[in-house]
Design a protein around this ligand. Structure first.
Ligand code: DNO
Length: 359
């Protein structure tokens, strides 16, 4: 298992590689070419530059999160082949740089969605939160403005300012696009990229929709155990796999996370794990908690145990952290609480291993 931390790059992150290097057990970072617009092909040199910078700090570039999928691909628009070709080129640039893991998502228009980016918690920290009552009936543009205003000046992935102007137009384009259409377009995309993934052994790890249900009337398809089974069946290649994000998939309380990990159709395709905890106040209403089981609604021990049981040996990262100790950072991506998350997860994994490793 490879413990990592997400890093946005030196101009975009408040956390430095030098700080990350000092977190016990962290050997790599997950990053991306955040400045390259979605749909533009990455080059070998661009990826190499990022990789060299990370390696110079004594860390590895363990994977890419994300190479974003252009909306025309998700919509099945006539221009999709052009964007799939560019996606293949970006994958090639990664493969030629010896990078074998790419996290991405297939959510229409919006990436992850929260209603509060700094909800005060009783211990004085603050955290990201979601209240479905506030989403139902809200205009997507208002949502965009809220995310922008609450971001503390950081650009949030999936919520880049330039996307705001496209929103109305995109909503028009998605009118009439059903979940089945989206699934068919997903298959078309996978069939287009899998030959490149096979060639360079790149594990594609689709991120679950966050939250794991439809928002703003848009179809969402990466939401449940059944959905993951369906996606696995879209393309047989083992490189067609998943990011097992506990906070996203677990946002729907009907999803039993350890059972989902153990599902034989899913287990061999878990290529990346995002481990974090959330605390429910009611169905559809939750805030992100510290990683500790007793602070949230998930049994993190059971989740880690299930991963060990299936022999998961891939890349892991703690996911969002709370903002603690007065830190000013990108919402969800401060240093301190994620570092505490790493220490806790490492402790769980060590204890599980020493208890027989469940294998
Ligand atoms: C949010 C992240 C997501 C994730 C993408 C993957 O914090 O988990 O933005 O990176 O959905 O494409």
């Amino acid at each position: 298992m490879e413990m990592t931390l997400r890093w946005y790059g030196k101009d975009l992150d408040s956390v430095t590689l030098e700080q990350i290097r000092q977190i016990p057990g962290v050997t790599g970072v997950i990053s991306s070419l955040h400045k390259v617009p979605c749909g533009v092909a990455w080059t070998y040199e661009q990826v190499k530059e990022l990789k060299d910078e990370i390696e110079a700090a004594g860390l590895k570039l363990s994977g890419i999160e994300s190479i974003n999928v252009h909306e025309d691909i998700k919509l099945g628009a006539p221009t999709r082949d052009y964007y799939i070709e560019n996606y293949r080129k970006s994958l090639e640039a990664c493969g030629q740089n010896d990078i074998h893991l790419v996290c991405y998502n297939f959510m229409p228009i919006f990436d992850w969605t929260r209603t509060d980016l700094a909800m005060p918690l009783s211990d004085g920290s603050n955290a990201l939160a979601y209240d479905s009552n506030l989403i139902d009936g809200i205009d997507p543009n208002t949502m965009f403005e809220r995310m922008e205003n609450a971001s503390g000046g950081f650009i949030l992935p999936g919520w880049e300012p330039e996307r705001k102007d496209e929103i109305k137009e995109l909503f028009e384009k998605y009118k009439g696009v059903t979940a089945d259409d989206l699934m068919n377009n997903f298959k078309y995309f996978l069939d287009g990229i899998m030959p490149v993934c096979e060639k360079y052994q790149i594990k594609m790890a689709v991120h679950p929709d966050d939250p794991a249900w439809s928002v703003f009337g848009l179809p969402r398809i990466v939401t449940s155990e059944k959905a993951l089974e369906k996606i696995a069946s879209l393309n047989d290649s083992i490189y067609n796999g998943f990011t097992f994000c506990t906070g996203s998939l677990g946002s729907n309380r009907e999803n039993d996370l350890p059972a989902c990990i153990r599902n034989p159709k899913i287990a061999p395709r878990i290529h990346f794990a995002h481990l974090r905890n959330i605390k429910f106040e009611a169905p559809g209403v939750f805030h992100e908690s510290s990683h500790l089981s007793s602070d949230g609604s998930f049994d993190m021990y059971e989740i880690c145990k299930a991963l060990k049981e299936i022999g998961f040996d891939g890349v892991v990262r703690p996911d969002h952290g709370r903002m603690i100790w007065g830190e000013k950072a990108r919402p969800g991506y401060g240093l301190y609480d994620r570092a505490l998350g790493v220490a806790y997860l490492n402790g769980l994994f060590e204890a599980i291993d020493k208890n027989g490793g469940c294998r």
